[in-house]
Design a protein around this ligand. Structure first.
Ligand code: HEM
Ligand code: HEM
Length: 173
């Protein structure tokens, strides 16, 4: 279902902020610019501070998306595959973010960071595929457009000519 502009804008802005701050931190770390004594070390700390703050707002957004978006779209089966991929990616990111705070074992924490960053780098692509495929389907089948609070229509099979194979569900008098 089409999301309200404010929620859509918040989703794009937060994913972009998480991607830029997390990705920049990762690159700085990779080139060794975050070592003790480096001039970039403080920048690295600020980047993670903004990243952590954005992740808290992202959790609020995710909480809102469950009833406003996922719960409404789910019964229609539209866009489920890419929706589930996006949801699974955010689930892994939240779980590994918890691990980044609380895993004490050094090697395990390092791997938690690798999984988090890898899935994080893939998240914008998953979301873009989800949005673009959803829009294309909506353009092809505008009758499936849902509004807030409406339950999704179940898809009925189509014949070769594109017509429904079974009736509309309405009965004549
Ligand atoms: C964390 C997970 C998810 C996020 C962040 C997300 C976000 C979005 C966004 C931003 C759009 C574009 C809306 C627009 O253009 O108006 C969209 C479209 C859509 N999403 Fe999701 N989504 C998620 C999971 C799901 C799931 C699990 C489903 C289940 C079926 C789903 C179903 C849809 C559908 C049907 C559309 C097409 C809407 C349309 O253009 O008519 N989404 N999603
Ligand atoms: C959008 C893509 C994302 C990318 C590229 C990304 C990348 C990163 C990276 C590289 C780190 C540092 C890892 C380390 O310490 O080894 C990190 C930390 C973290 N990430 Fe993400 N992340 C993303 C999304 C998310 C999301 C969706 C959440 C949670 C909702 C999240 C929450 C956190 C938290 C809480 C930390 C720990 C911050 C700290 O140590 O102060 N991230 N992220």
């Amino acid at each position: 279902m089409q999301l309200e502009l404010r929620i859509r804008a918040a989703a794009y802005a937060l994913v972009a902020a998480l991607f830029v701050t997390g990705g920049t931190w990762w690159m700085l770390d990779w080139v060794g610019a975050l070592a003790v004594g480096s001039a970039w070390r403080q920048t690295g700390a600020y980047l993670l501070m903004v990243h952590g703050g954005a992740s808290m707002l992202f959790l609020l957004l995710l909480g809102a998306l469950i009833p406003l978006h996922i719960g409404v779209a789910w019964p229609s089966r539209r866009n489920r595959k890419t929706g589930l991929i996006t949801l699974a990616a955010t689930g892994v990111l939240v779980a590994t973010a918890f691990g980044l705070y609380y895993v004490g074992h050094e090697a395990l924490r390092r791997w938690t960071g690798v999984v988090h960053a890898t899935v994080g780098f893939a998240l914008p692509a998953a979301l873009a595929a989800h949005v673009l495929i959803g829009r294309r389907r909506r353009a092809e089948q505008p009758e499936l457009l849902l509004s807030h609070g409406e339950r999704g229509p179940r898809r009925r099979p189509l014949g070769r000519d594109g017509r429904r194979l079974v009736g509309s569900g309405r009965r004549g008098h």
